[in-house]
Design a protein around this ligand. Structure first.
Ligand code: DGL
Length: 275
């Protein structure tokens, strides 16, 4: 296979559901000529409440599907899968590169607020593994980190209840529970694919001085650097293609996914696959 053909292979992006479309959107903005192949494991969402063994198995199966389809780089757009399985997925994909979302998110927070206090909102599994804490502490030993599992926020975003009284009260309760003992966050890390949709009410509750960190754009920048430095960028005058795979519920994927993507999707755009 020539280099050009290999460079035309899509970037594979996988998430437990549609939340990773926020990462796809950022990659599309950064690298419009790249072909993108997205897989949402909607049949098994949420990953965040499952055991590490199950999450690792699901992530390996999703990666195998994308490998079989043919990709040149894998983005693990799911924070939970990045927290649990990144090293195993790197072995599985070797020698092709694998990029997770935890490290780029931690890096963005630390460079914006050196020595700062970071509140990480994430799923139960991501919090239990201390994934962001470890990533932040390895980058900035002066940082203070508090992590809070916010499972209901996944459901709110999936339901499209991203503002109004119910969203505000639930978010306030999580943030209040995570605050106290003199802990005041300088940054709130949106450590779950779904939380960027709730940015509005989170910012209102947290006040203007608190920086909200979303790993989508930093992850997209890392994808760009990785392809550029390895000579794997696609060269074309035309925009890249977009393909969407899901393991269940094409209609729901299209409806909810359109909100995450910020553009309408039809169920006809979604191909169902069995892992
Ligand atoms: N994609 C997951 C994450 O970013 C959130 C949804 C889930 O629990 O599967 O952690």
């Amino acid at each position: 296979m020539s280099d050009t053909k290999e460079n035309d292979l899509p970037i594979g992006i996988f998430d437990s559901g549609v939340g990773g479309l926020t990462v796809l959107k950022a990659i599309r903005a950064e690298l419009p000529r790249e072909n993108l192949l997205y897989l949402g494991d909607t049949a098994r969402l949420p990953y965040g409440t499952k055991s590490p063994a199950s999450i690792a198995r699901y992530a390996a199966q999703a990666t195998a599907e994308l490998q079989e389809q043919g990709i040149k780089l894998l983005v693990v757009a799911c924070n939970t899968a990045s927290a649990v399985a990144l090293n195993a997925l790197r072995e599985q994909m070797s020698p092709l590169p694998v990029i997770g979302v935890v490290e780029p998110g931690a890096r963005a927070a630390v460079s914006a607020r050196p020595g700062g206090s970071h509140l990480v909102l994430a799923t139960e599994a991501t919090v239990q593994l201390g994934a962001y804490r470890k990533a932040i502490e390895s980058l900035d030993s002066a940082a203070t980190v508090r992590e809070k599992a916010c499972e209901l926020l996944v459901a709110l975003a999936e339901e499209g209840w991203t503002d109004g009284d119910i969203a505000t009260r639930i978010i306030r309760r999580y943030i209040d529970e995570a605050s106290g003992d003199d802990f005041r966050a300088d940054s709130i890390i949106l450590g779950c694919t779904h939380f960027p949709l709730l940015k509005g009410p989170i910012q209102v509750i947290a006040s203007d001085e608190v920086l909200l960190v979303d790993s989508a754009s930093t992850t997209a920048a890392v994808v760009g650097e990785t392809l550029r430095s390895s000579g794997r960028l696609r060269e074309s005058d035309r925009a890249g293609s977009l393909r969407f795979l899901a393991t269940d519920g094409a209609t729901r994927f299209a409806r909810v996914g359109g909100q995450f993507l910020g553009q309408p999707l039809s169920y006809k755009d979604i191909e169902l696959v069995d892992l």
